[in-house]
Design a protein around this ligand. Sequence first.
Ligand SMILES: NC(=O)c1ccc[n+]([C@@H]2O[C@H](COP(=O)([O-])OP(=O)(O)OC[C@H]3O[C@@H](n4cnc5c(N)ncnc54)[C@H](OP(=O)(O)O)[C@@H]3O)[C@@H](O)[C@H]2O)c1
Length: 243
Amino acid sequence: MKNVLILGSNSDVAKACIPIFARIGYNLILAAKSFSEEDSDNLKMLEIEYKITIEKHIFSALDFENHAIFYENLKIKPTIVVSLFGILGDNEKAVTDFQEAKDIISVNYLANVSILNIIANDFKSKKNGVIICLTSVAGLRGRASNFIYGSSKAGLINYLSGLRAYLSSYNVRVVSIIPGFINTKMLTINTPKMLTASPIEVANVIVGSIDSKRNVIYVKPIWRIIMFIIRLIPEFIFKKLKF
Ligand SMILES: NC(=O)c1ccc[n+]([C@@H]2O[C@H](COP(=O)([O-])OP(=O)(O)OC[C@H]3O[C@@H](n4cnc5c(N)ncnc54)[C@H](OP(=O)(O)O)[C@@H]3O)[C@@H](O)[C@H]2O)c1
């Protein structure tokens, strides 16, 4: 049976993923801080139309102590997990107010480590599963304007790389999706169209990654080239670029 757990199912990317997964016959286990009545009605319609089961579970990324219980309580256990929760935060505030920095790091990095470790152990014992996680190009080099968020994503990228190696002999795949900009509620600035993906584009990459053999996927290939060049810039020049 094909069961997918979406962590952060209120995200705009998740909302694009849900109908695609439903259409191809996946049961959905949705995990979010809350669910609206409107969402619940739409999900009911998907269940009927595609003859699938959709379960909703309250999930708080920061409630580390209850992550194990959250996972234990899932009646349907996933074979695929897509982790989409995250916050951008305010970099300027995070430099002066440690609570802001702590929240960004805790949601984007620590919470993924906490919940994905639990899921990884389950998949490892079953010798089956796919873990898909959204990272960011911001995690590939620290920039002046968003290095707290970037460092949390850098930690996540490294964690996923290690987890991939750790699970590789257990028939468990770990896929890191690297988006540039995505046109969602998280994006608060105007960005060039060419560098900005729609949630549907990201959703198609996520769903397509399940049957591919790829480990690290850039949503828009142009970002691979951009980040290659950005990473070549010597530090003494890079530190003067305030972007
Ligand atoms: N948008 C971009 O330009 C961009 C670029 C690169 C990477 N990404 C990454 O893509 C992923 C999806 O983000 P998005 O663009 O779809 O933005 P989004 O719509 O804001 O989605 C982020 C989701 O994370 C959830 N979340 C935040 N804090 C949480 C917590 N403590 N517990 C549980 N859930 C929590 C939010 O829940 P609520 O909706 O309930 O608040 C929201 O649904 C994130 O990991 C983000 O870092 C985004």
